[in-house]
Design a protein around this ligand. Sequence first.
Ligand SMILES: *Cc1c(COP(=O)(O)O)cnc(C)c1O
Length: 451
Amino acid sequence: MTSTVESGIEQRRVLTTAIPGPKSAELHARKNAAVSSGVSTGLPIYVEKAGGGIVVDIDGNQLIDFGSGIAVTTVGNAAPRVVERVQQQVADFTHTCFMVTPYAEYVEVCEALNDLTPGDHDKRSALFNSGAEAVENAVKIARHATGRPAIIAFDHAYHGRTNLTMALTAKNLPYKHRFGPFANEIYRAPMAYPYRWPTGPDNCADEAFAALVDTVHSQVGEQNTAAVIIEPIQGEGGFIVPPSGYLARVADWCRDNGILFIADEIQSGFCRTGDWFASDHEGVVPDLITTAKGIAGGLPLAAVTGRAEVMDAVHAGGLGGTYGGNPVACAAALGAIETMKSDDLCGRAREIEALFMPRLQALSAKYPQIGDIRGRGAMLAVELVADPASKTPDAALAADVNKACHAAGLVTLTAGTYGNVFRFLPPLSIGDALLSEGLDIFEQAFAAATA
Ligand SMILES: *Cc1c(COP(=O)(O)O)cnc(C)c1O
């Protein structure tokens, strides 16, 4: 028996053609003739509809979704409460510009963010269009509020593709290559990356913290530093989870030095890791938090939420943008947040972790190429290496497994500074049967690629 979701899509993998099929291939030829080749596609099946844990393409194939459009459709595609709110809103009005004539939906999203983000202090929020724009604004706010110029980011960080956020992002190809010069007053510290910490995982927290403190003290100056920005679990950099306690130590040190602690929760937020935010697991209360991706069920929306006195330090008119907090995107966010609460999607993410972890551990016992398993909730990854002793990144193996998964009808993604991390980001609306089947496909792909 297969279940259906309210979108009416049968929750079943179906392959009617090779992947990609002929209609997708035809459209892809048009894509190549019409779309800049700078915008590339990982799996060129062209989508007709999607819902639950299934993506349906124009050839009639039904693929299992382990990507959620990069951690965006956390509530699922075309989630009923999102659809209903969006349809109503788009019929009522589509745009007035919040800076011209405001509307309730924007205020309601900010109230929800102030309520859901870590800490029960007085907060304010501001809404934007994309994650990168939220990060840029968090930096603007931090500099304005502190009167200091420098921002500290980390190795393996990903914060976006605009000029300022490229400067914060660590990885050259594909994000930064030949796009410079980049914004200045950005400094980089080593990330607390247990698997690759030179003196071993047990020393990682202490030594990474010492390196951060030393970098700031010797190269920047605490009194010149506006903020430290960190992803509580790094996303594009390879789902790197710092050792327990490290983030709290950094946040405490920031507070002692008048430096703002910015948590970039754009990928890790909104139930993805089994709590509302990844900071929650570590008991960390950021001064500023950036959100986007999972916030609005697929509509473009992003936010900065933070301490009232920091957010309100900026002069009137200093923050904004034509489309920021668009009413349709806000309506979608309200529908998505309602879904997360009423369907306990944080709990669902923890169930997904419980389902995945034993399977990944069993696979790791069998294959020395799985160097590390990490992540939380429905944000999980395996790091692939040529052999466990050298830990040489094996990006070719990750690419081979990825390709084999695609061919078998599973939408998957890789990540990592070295391209050797295979990540799992299923929508939280997916059923157990599809999760198990997806893992079967992954295991078969792994066996084939290592044979
Ligand atoms: C995706 C991402 C961004 C950038 O978001 P866009 O909406 O693509 O601009 C920033 N930070 C993190 C952690 C992300 O995962």
